[in-house]
Design a protein around this ligand. Structure first.
Ligand code: ADP
Ligand code: MG
Length: 325
């Protein structure tokens, strides 16, 4: 397969975004977006580092890398519009398998009316897919990590630890779960749901801090606390988990829900009087949302996260270690 016929075969036949002037086919893409703030991010997914052929089919590779990007857009309060793909292709990959990667991306992209507007294709030793995403936000409405204030409510969407449980099931022999529960966790690993609709439904909130959960809630809470110069106090019994997570040991449950990552849920903080905006947004997006803690005064070292389990308080370390307070 030559590069040009490959690009022709993956080039979209239609444009979904009215602002798109030139997509694939010239030296750069061209789009017009004069009245909004633009948000953009890039994510790279490398075989052998982020996934293997055992944990992901080609379709999932495409779906998962775009989902991670969409989650970043959601965490900024943005509306996704365009994406570009840089792909490193090893010789042994067939055109059929490569098309499956693009199919995984396009299925998710069509849900959000996004256009693929360009990319780069090179050969190399390991498959690597790098996605650049471009979205927009109403002027001065971007949601920053630095917006948390003392006494805010801390919340999380969805359930935590699912993706880590899914990866565990894909890489270990474990037959203690029902097929349906096992399928659920594996799907959460391969095809996470970025919380774009929820974040867009929060538009009426005057002030809100948001971060997406790619590295585990302990780490993401610490990022908000650090950027906002506050501390965050989390209540263990309020952290939302899927009921089937109880099938695993308490050590696994704790590790996955606090440090598991890749769930691509959102953690955020809002003033108490705006909590109804958050619950309404969750209803609109048809996802669960839970109060999980409160924003407190900064400690001497900024960015402290404290986890309360019963009467015991623990300082959570970003890296996944915990020490007693
Ligand atoms: P140039 O030589 O100008 O860098 P290329 O030949 O690399 O252009 O690409 C031609 C067109 O195809 C460009 O519009 C580019 O953005 C697009 N393109 C190249 N590779 C990919 C890819 N893997 N996925 C999507 N679009 C691609
Ligand atoms: Mg050129």
């Amino acid at each position: 397969m030559d590069e040009f016929s490959f690009i022709r075969s993956i080039a979209p036949k239609i444009h979904r975004q009215s602002g798109l002037i030139k997509g694939i086919g010239d030296d750069t893409a061209v789009f017009r977006q004069p009245y909004q703030d633009i948000v953009t991010a890039v994510d790279t997914f490398v075989e052998g580092v982020h996934f293997t052929r055992e944990t992901m089919d080609p379709y999932h590779i495409g779906y998962r890398v775009l989902a991670a990007n969409l989650s970043d857009i959601a965490a900024m309060g943005g509306t996704p519009a365009f994406y570009m793909i840089s792909i490193v292709i090893p010789k042994e990959w067939t055109e059929k398998a490569l098309k499956e990667i693009y199919k995984g991306m396009d299925d998710l992209a069509s849900e959000y009316h996004m256009d693929l507007i360009g990319g780069d294709t090179v050969s190399g030793k390991q498959l690597s897919v790098s996605v650049t995403i471009i979205g927009h936000v109403e002027q001065n409405k971007v949601r920053y990590r630095s917006s948390a204030r003392e006494n805010d409510i801390v919340f999380a969407t969805g359930t935590l630890g699912d993706a880590a449980a899914g990866l565990y099931l894909l890489t270990n022999q474990d037959t203690s779960l029902s097929q349906a529960n096992s399928d659920y966790f594996i799907k959460r690993h391969r095809m996470p749901s970025p919380r774009v609709a929820f974040s867009q439904a929060l538009q009426s909130a005057q002030r809100i801090a948001l971060n997406d959960i790619s590295d585990g809630i302990a780490n993401e809470a610490a990022e908000i606390a650090e950027a906002s110069n506050v501390s965050i106090h989390l209540y263990d019994e309020q952290l939302p988990v899927h009921q089937a997570l109880q099938t695993f040991t308490s050590e696994q449950q704790r590790k996955w829900k606090l440090f598991g990552g890749e769930d691509f849920e959102l953690i955020g903080t809002v003033p108490e009087q705006d909590w109804p905006i958050v619950t309404t947004a969750a209803e609109v997006a048809k996802i669960p949302v839970a109060k999980i803690g409160v924003v407190t005064k900064p400690a001497r070292k900024p960015g402290r996260v404290v986890l309360q389990e019963g009467n015991q308080k623990t300082i959570l370390d970003k890296a996944g270690y915990t020490h007693l307070k």
